[in-house]
Design a protein around this ligand. Sequence first.
Ligand SMILES: Cc1cc2nc3c(=O)[nH]c(=O)nc-3n(C[C@H](O)[C@H](O)[C@H](O)COP(=O)(O)OP(=O)(O)OC[C@H]3O[C@@H](n4cnc5c(N)ncnc54)[C@H](O)[C@@H]3O)c2cc1C
Length: 483
Amino acid sequence: MKKKYDVVIIGAGLGGLTCALGLIKKGLRVRLFEKEPKAGGCQAYFKRRGFYFESCMHSVAETYAGGPVLNALSAVGLDPLPDFVRLDPSFCFIFPDKTYAVPPAVSDYKTMLKSEFPDESQGIERIFDTMTEIYEGLGRLPEITPKIARYGGSVFQEILDESLAHPRLKAVISGFWGYLGLPPSKTSALILSAFNASICNHGNYFPAGGITVLVDQLKDAVIKKGGEISFKSKVEKILIRDGRACGIRVAGGDEIFAHRVVSNIDATATFFQMVGEEYLPADFISRMRRLAPTLSAFSVYLGIEGKDLPQNVCVANLVYPGDDLEKQYEAVLKGDLEAMPWVVSIPTLAAPALAPPDHHILSLFAPIPYRLPGMTDWRERKGEYADRFIRVAEKIFPGLKKRIVVSEAATPDTLVRYTGNREGALGWNYTPESIAGRPENKSPVSGLWLTGHWTVPGVGVHGAVQSGFITSQAVASDLTFQP
Ligand SMILES: Cc1cc2nc3c(=O)[nH]c(=O)nc-3n(C[C@H](O)[C@H](O)[C@H](O)COP(=O)(O)OP(=O)(O)OC[C@H]3O[C@@H](n4cnc5c(N)ncnc54)[C@H](O)[C@@H]3O)c2cc1C
């Protein structure tokens, strides 16, 4: 069978694009298939009345000079490298009585926390040391450092309880859980430690000009360097011959053959719909069945007139109704917006050109189950829920409703429709079991590889880009030894 391509890639998200570029740099013939008319997946944008809404961009971790994301992009040959603006403050954690603006320097952050919680000074030092050692340990995998061995199976609550006592301090140190939708009592100690240590030690960033700049740069580089991208091309099947992945079938019936197949899409669909259980080892099937996806999200995108903003907000804000995180998690599961954490980002503070002059964009995000109790789909609830979210946001942005020029909402069903991700999720959830059990880049099906947030290292722009790089290197070396 004549194979025109060395590698076909399903999906042109950040994982698929980065992987394609890495493979092209190794001299391989690559073709991507993307079901949408544009690239980017979660990180695509839509335009309304002069506002560029980047549907899944609040801020980005790990994008510091010499860090893993820029190193990966440089290694796959992206030139010039994109700019990321370091945010100051890194984050604002907004509680009903007080806002904690996280300074970009970790020493300043610790000083701020110690002056607020003087009895906890030792514990603050201790927990930052522990989180940093975990983060550095993750960078040394597969070597298992003592801290990774100690906390690999733990939840973040254990780390909190070992060092700190005050509920508010624990809530602030766990402040990123609002993004993940899983409280510290359930989230892997590795994940929340790494998130904290990365942002506190290396900063939080926003892509200069918006994330679309990176998506377009990657897409253009793939095409310019000889890769092919077929848009509006939904892949329906991964072709298996003699137990080996050897190509794909797209909607309409065309079959395209290649030496290797890389999937950048939902892992459950990849294995159970596109490959088929008959080609999967029994232990892999049961491992996949034990994994659960993250919660999905409800988002409201607002274009507002005027440049005035409250004093206590920055680009990336997490809003908490109090210190009882377990109660807030119960509210998350019920979709009770008034009692749960939520996120508001203001991308136009970092990238003003995303909105017309004298306007801002507010991006509201709430972690939410794919289905709320008693619901069959989101059609009936979308408008009412968006209005409710805007009312909640008015507590932070008084008079918000009157300033709205454009408003759009996205439900978990919207995310399913545009990204194909199961239940509108962002990959596997963050429990210790899911972190340990997620599928590796090399799948158990010969010739089939994964890239993106359903494999290692995990979620986020930083996770998808690093995953694309890792998969490209592994596939290229596999092809060298077994063409
Ligand atoms: C609401 C929300 C907010 C987020 N906020 C942030 C943030 O602020 N910062 C951050 O770093 N990360 C954020 N993320 C996470 C981040 O966007 C993702 O983890 C990352 O972009 C995933 O990239 P990916 O390449 O793995 O896959 P995806 O972006 O999911 O791309 C997969 C691609 O495959 C295509 N596809 C699917 N099925 C098929 C098929 N059958 N045939 C062909 N093509 C197919 C899809 O159309 C899509 O283009 C957010 C995610 C969400 C949902």
